[in-house]
Design a protein around this ligand. Structure first.
Ligand code: BT5
Length: 245
């Protein structure tokens, strides 16, 4: 049984579930929360011009369309946080040591197992709708980039509909917490599972490598890193790269 809170649209093939979601939003005025799931994407998207790789029928590929009307534009990073928290929690039912890498990648043993692409539209200082694109590597064993999957980590094949159902239930639990504006609970869960939180790691910024200590994440999503000389830096999305391997 699928979580009842989201209308399910299942497609065999699509360019990108996020693009399909935006096309649906431009055609209709209905505000029913939805989840678009695809077996295969011919043009899976990452941030900017990045692409998302997934063999047909092997992994979970979805876009949620939600209307978080209690969240201000300045609080939109909470949508990223709950998405990452929900994916991490879903995967932690199957694997151990699943971490959130700022801002919202999911890692197992330093390798990416899931990525999130969030596209929000703003209405004044509110969020109109949010498209949350999620790719979770389940049954694929070989990738063209450093990556892992549930199969590679556990040796077990997983049923995609079961993982979908579990993700939707867990996501909805955190969505309600966000809508009730209990941000402290979300922050606690995010920090508890944040990769490298309050640890020294290596980073690269504009081609310069440095060691930094993750102090935290600002409410607007900026990552705060302390350098060895004690200087504090604030980085926006994609401004700093973690040197993992
Ligand atoms: C992301 O972007 O991680 C967001 C990925 C979101 C994918 C979902 S699938 C359903 C929905 N519909 C879409 O069209 N997209 C969403 P980014 O942080 O830019 O990371 C992309 C980078 O991750 C690529 O440039 C590769 O280096 C790497 N990558 C690509 N496919 C991967 C995979 N399956 N597993 C791990 N890493 C991958």
């Amino acid at each position: 049984m699928f979580a009842q809170n989201y209308k399910l649209i299942h497609l065999k093939t699509v360019n990108s579930t996020n693009l399909h979601a935006s096309a649906l939003l431009s055609e209709s005025v209905d505000t029913e929360p939805k989840v678009i799931v695809a077996d295969f994407q011919s043009g899976g998207k990452g941030q900017g011009s990045n692409t998302w790789e997934s063999e047909a029928g092997k992994n979970l590929l979805l876009s949620l369309v939600i209307y978080p009307d209690k969240i201000k534009a300045s609080e939109q990073f909470y949508i990223s946080k709950i998405s990452a928290i929900a994916i991490r929690e879903t995967l932690s039912g199957l694997l151990s040591s699943v971490k959130i890498k700022w801002p919202n990648d999911i890692l197992v043993k330093n390798l990416k197992i899931s990525g999130v692409l969030i596209e929000n539209t703003l209405k004044g200082n509110k969020i109109g709708h949010s498209i949350i694109g999620v790719g979770i590597n389940l049954n694929q064993s070989a990738f063209s980039v450093p990556a892992t999957s549930v199969l590679n980590e556990s040796g077990k094949k997983t049923e995609i509909p079961e993982v979908l159902n579990s993700f939707l239930e867990i996501f909805h639990y955190w969505y309600e917490i966000m809508q009730s504006r209990d941000f402290a609970q979300i922050d606690m869960e995010y920090y508890k599972n944040l990769f490298g939180f309050q640890e020294w790691l290596r980073f690269s910024w504009s081609g310069v490598e440095f060691e930094g200590f993750i102090e935290g994440v600002e409410p607007d999503g900026y990552l705060i890193i302390k350098a060895r000389d004690g200087k504090i830096f604030k980085f926006g999305f994609r401004e700093v790269e973690f040197l993992l391997n």
